[in-house]
Every structure is written in C-alpha cells, then in structure tokens.
Design a protein around this ligand. Structure first.
Ligand code: FMN
Length: 364
C-alpha cells in the first residue's frame, strides 16, 4: 500500500493533517467516515478545548481559541460519507520569539533534522513539528470517538507518572470526569499535587520534565487487528510514536512483563456469566496475536521532557559554528496535560480504522 509522504494515517478511516505552527491555520481531512453518522459538533470543540494552550499555569501561555470550522462532509450535523474537512485558524503566532532560532539549532527539537530532510523549513514555532499540528488529529479523533461510542467503546487517558511519582488508581474504573478534575489530568488525588509541585519546581528553575500517560479502551470486541504487519498493537504503537515528544510505548505489562515468569504473565481464560470468553488477568493489554481479545486495551506512553527550557544552551548554527541559544518564547514545562486528548484521539483513530477493516473482513 502506498503510504504517501507521512501526513496521512489509517487505511479505511483515514486522516490527513495540514498546517504549520505559525501559518494561517491548520486542520484535518477525514476520509472514509461512514455516511449518516450524527455528529455532535460541540463534542469536537470540547476535545479541542482540552488540548488547546493557555488552559492553566502548567502549560504554555500561547492564547489560541482553537475554534473549529467544518468546511465539508457534514450536512445538518450528519456525515455525508464524503471527506470531512475541518479548519482551525491560528491567532496568537508570535514569529518574533523565534528570530534567533534561524541562526541556531534548538537542542532536541526538529530544526536540524527538518533542514537535513527538506533544505527549507518554516522556522517560527517549529513549523509542522510543533504540537499545534495535533489539533487536526484531535478534531479527527473526536469524529472517530463518536463512531466508536455507537458501539459502546470508551477511551480514557490520564497522567500516570511524572519524575518517578506514580498514580495509584484502578485503570478499570477511571472516568474522564475524574481525569479532568485537576489541571494535570491525573485522577489520583494524593499523587497529583506532588506531581504538580514537581512540574512547578522545574518551571521555576527554567527547566522541564516528561512523564507517562496511560490510556485504556473499554468495550472493544474480540477480533479487531490485521495480522501480520497491521497488528493492533503495531498500529497503536505507530499512532502513539507519531505524537511529538513520545519516545516509548508499552502494551499490557510491557517492560514489566520481562521481569515475570510465564506462569505469572499468562492470562487464564474463563467463561463469563453472559457466556462470552474472558481472561482473569490482562497482562496482554487486551491484544493477543495482534487481535483484540475483548479485554480492555491498555497502553503506557513515555513522553520526554519538553525540549525548550528557559536556560542558555550550547548549540551550533547551520554551518556548524558554535552558538549559544538564548531562552525565550512560550512553552509547556510539561507536555502531559495537553497530550491527554491527543493520545485518546490517536487510540480512537486506530480503533475506528480497525472497526471498518473488520467489517470488510467478515460476511456477518
Ligand atoms: C501537547 C504537546 C505540547 C508540546 N509543547 C511543547 C513546547 O511548548 N515546547 C517544546 O519544546 N516542545 C513541545 N512539545 C514537543 C515538541 O513538539 C517535540 O519534542 C519536537 O517537535 C521534537 O520532536 P520529537 O520530540 O518527537 O523528536 C509538545 C508536545 C506535545 C504533545
């Protein structure tokens, strides 16, 4: 299958995002969404509001309303089966903040690699490498979530770890309302204030921190996923690794599973009261052989510390001459709170795509 040049994702439920951080606007085209789906447009905007900057002191203070305009594919709130184009105009682009950046590569950003690849780049705001691109994914993901909700599937993500401080919660029970109860989006009332203090301390020191997001999809039936190269966990890993600042993905027990024996790790089968087959434990994270097994699908996603820090940094200019990067601009001291709806959206996009693929595979 021709995958194009990397701006599109999905086989049947397919999105293409467009736009740079400091351009006129950005957005998404969703192709393959079935016709006659009643879309709650307020829900799409609500998801964008959870991602947008300026929500709290824990995130960047760039002021963007992120108001979505539906350009095509929807009539009177119902999908037409044609491409759904959604546009979000940029408002608070301050290109002046990036003047020095043309002369010096920002460490652990995409400046050097974009130059190496294209020989030209939209310098202000990190261009297309900026997390502003993810607004398009969240708009597309909100459509996918509404498609999945019709089948009783719900997706919830939350901040699970910051600087080694762990949330102690039962993943089976967490709701979005519990997640959104604080600015960090960590539903553990004991761990959350300690995590927030740690982020605040980093911000005051002109530094940044990373962390781990956990995401759970409940209600996914057994049978979704396309062996061998489009295994469900393979597509989920690609989806999550495509989010800016993500450096690792675990499914189920993940790396902790390497410390267990087979007898500890295996998930015993049993027959549920309703006659369906389930597993008593879920170390497999809801996926076996690349196919969902009907248990909750669980992932943990590792985010690196924000690359921009408010400290001078040694670097070089494009010719390789030594330079010192002066701290300026508006940035997220920790990207996790705003990444929650992005993770949920990428999970929804993968599941919506596999739902349609499974529909195409079975006669019933
Ligand atoms: C929600 C979100 C917000 C982000 N905000 C910033 C930011 O304010 N400053 C920054 O340096 N990086 C931020 N990033 C990460 C950068 O976009 C990313 O690290 C950079 O483009 C390099 O890509 P890479 O880390 O995937 O290699 C953010 C990422 C996400 C998901």
């Amino acid at each position: 299958m021709l995958r194009g040049m990397g701006s599109s994702f999905g086989a049947l439920f397919r999105i293409t995002t467009f736009g740079e951080s400091h351009g006129a606007g950005l957005g998404v085209v969703v192709d393959g969404c079935p016709a006659r789906l009643s879309l709650d447009l307020g829900q799409i905007q609500a998801e964008l509001d959870r991602r947008r900057p300026g929500q709290s002191r824990l995130v960047t203070q760039r002021k963007e309303g992120d108001q979505v305009e539906i350009i095509s594919g929807v009539l009177d709130g119902v999908t037409l089966g044609t491409p759904i184009a959604m546009l979000i105009r940029n408002q608070d682009a301050r290109s002046k903040d990036y003047e020095g950046v043309a002369q010096a590569y920002r460490p652990s950003h995409a400046d050097y690699t974009y130059d190496a690849k294209y020989g030209i780049r939209a310098i202000a705001g990190g261009g297309r490498a900026s997390a502003r691109e993810t607004a398009g994914r969240v708009a597309g993901g909100a459509v996918a979530q509404q498609l999945l909700a019709r089948r009783g599937i719900e997706i919830v993500a939350w901040v699970d770890e910051v600087c080694g401080i762990l949330a102690a919660v039962d993943p089976a029970l967490i709701t979005r309302a519990q997640v959104d109860i604080n600015d960090l989006r960590c539903p553990d009332p004991v761990a959350a204030p300690t995590m927030i203090d740690r982020i605040e301390r980093a911000r005051k020191d002109g530094d940044s921190v990373g962390g781990v997001i956990r995401v759970v999809a409940r209600g996914v039936p057994a049978g979704w996923g396309e062996p061998v190269f489009d295994k469900l966990e393979a597509d989920l890993a690609k989806a999550m690794m495509s989010i800016p600042a993500v450096k690792g993905v675990e499914n189920g027990a993940g790396f902790a599973g390497t410390l267990m024996t087979g007898s500890e790790h295996n998930d015993p089968f049993y027959r549920r009261a309703d006659g369906t087959i389930g597993t008593r434990t879920n170390h497999s994270g809801g996926i076996q052989g690349g196919i969902s097994n009907g248990e909750a699908i669980t992932l943990r996603i590792a985010f690196k510390p924000t690359a921009t820090i408010m400290r001078p940094q040694d670097t070089v200019d494009p010719a390789g001459n030594p330079a010192v990067l002066a701290p300026k601009g508006r940035h997220d001291p920790c990207v996790l709170p705003r990444a929650i709806p992005i993770v949920e959206s990428m999970m929804a996009l993968v599941l919506a795509d596999h739902a349609l693929r499974q529909q195409a595979m079975r006669l019933d």
